[in-house]
Design a protein around this ligand. Structure first.
Ligand SMILES: NC(=O)c1ccc[n+]([C@@H]2O[C@H](COP(=O)([O-])OP(=O)(O)OC[C@H]3O[C@@H](n4cnc5c(N)ncnc54)[C@H](OP(=O)(O)O)[C@@H]3O)[C@@H](O)[C@H]2O)c1
Length: 333
């Protein structure tokens, strides 16, 4: 089968389309013929380290069951599915266990024509979604859902600030927060992306390069500050988000696109009774609840662009340049 292989690497140019053996489903596994796969910021991070062997990148995929290994019940060839990339989460809901990993390194990922995965990672595709839309959902949707619903516990009527709305996770955070009954304001470095986010239900959009967004958040909430900030940029965005929160507000973070360090004002943290919450991916229960929310509200992932598998390098360049609004998808078959 064809797969996008990352060999010794530094840039997306080190990706190459290769012929690799078709995987066989081991006991307890399902073989899925992939129809579409989506890119994530995580794939870009993979370009910064040197794996000891060539690896198929990709955490997101959707396709059709082709075969099942010994002992697998509940799946038959032809079933339309999508994959949970959060592998071996473990028994706890508050965090993952020691064996947890993310699909797409070290285990070979979805930028290929097929993949064999443990049956517990395979979920029925919501019928209202195309394969391209379904492939866009897993990693970013799971991350946004857990951050909002399981960690920050966003409720109906609350106000939520989402930063960097052009990002894949940020857009799901906007859509899920709206489905949970919250009011949402967003920031972006692009006025065009702000307008598109407002068409998706954001009440207010603020350009973070030209406007004091923390002051705008307080104005938007009558001076009080927002209930929840959804943060993945880090640096000053993280620090200044504390100024945008109401007394007793919550900040949930899952990323550091701009800067992994942040110089926060501890006085604001304790005097304003704030809560800082870290979140990463999610449990199988989070994944199932996320799919239920998507199905109940007929949420459709925002697709930026669709590329054939063999054009993966160009798709990665678009992601690296931050030009996207929503998910970048590759067609695998
Ligand atoms: N912990 C987890 O489980 C987990 C899961 C998924 C993602 N993440 C992390 O979360 C972050 C977002 O992931 P993603 O896949 O949604 O990313 P993405 O699609 O690449 O989006 C990142 C967004 O960040 C904004 N941005 C980028 N550079 C910026 C800059 N210099 N200044 C201000 N804004 C900037 C842009 O938004 P605008 O164009 O709107 O300005 C861009 O669209 C990444 O750091 C990723 O590693 C973590």
């Amino acid at each position: 089968m064809k797969a996008l292989l990352l060999a010794s690497l530094v840039t997306p140019d080190d990706l190459r389309l290769a012929d690799v053996p078709m995987p066989e489903p081991a006991s307890g596994e399902v073989l899925v013929r992939l129809r579409a796969a989506a890119l994530n910021h995580r794939d870009l991070h993979m370009f910064n380290f040197e794996p000891e062997r060539a690896c198929i990148l990709g955490s997101d995929g959707a396709g059709v069951v082709a075969a099942v290994g010994a002992g697998v019940t509940g799946w038959t060839p032809g079933a339309e599915v999508l994959l949970n990339p959060s592998l071996q989460w473990g028994d706890r809901q508050d965090t993952y266990g020691a064996g947890w990993s993310i699909l797409g390194w070290p285990r070979d990922g979805t930028l290929a024509e097929a993949i064999a995965l443990p049956a517990e990672c395979v979920f029925a595709k919501p019928p209202h979604l195309s394969f391209e839309e379904a492939s866009a959902l897993p990693l970013a949707g799971l991350t946004a859902y857990r951050a909002l619903a399981a960690r920050a516990r966003v409720g109906a009527g609350e106000t939520v600030l989402v930063h960097g709305i052009g990002g894949g996770v940020a857009l799901f955070a906007l859509q899920f927060a709206r489905a949970l009954g919250a009011r949402v304001m967003v920031t972006s470095t692009s006025n065009d992306k702000l307008a598109r986010a407002q068409a998706l239900g954001a009440e207010l959009g603020v350009n973070s390069r030209t406007v004091d967004w923390a002051a705008a958040a307080r104005d938007w909430t009558g001076g009080a500050g927002v209930d929840v900030v959804v943060e993945s940029l880090g640096g000053d965005y993280f620090a200044r988000s504390l100024e945008a929160l109401r007394l007793g507000g919550r900040l949930v973070t899952f990323g550091r696109t701009v800067d992994t360090r942040s110089n926060i004002d501890l006085h604001l943290l304790f005097w304003h009774q704030l809560s800082l919450l870290g979140s990463t991916m999610g449990s199988p229960a989070d994944f199932a609840r996320m799919l239920a929310l998507v199905s109940e509200h007929h949420i459709r992932p925002v697709i930026d662009s669709v590329w054939p598998l063999e054009d993966g390098c160009h798709a990665f360049e678009r992601l690296a340049q931050g030009k996207q609004f929503g998910k970048i998808v590759l067609t695998c078959a």
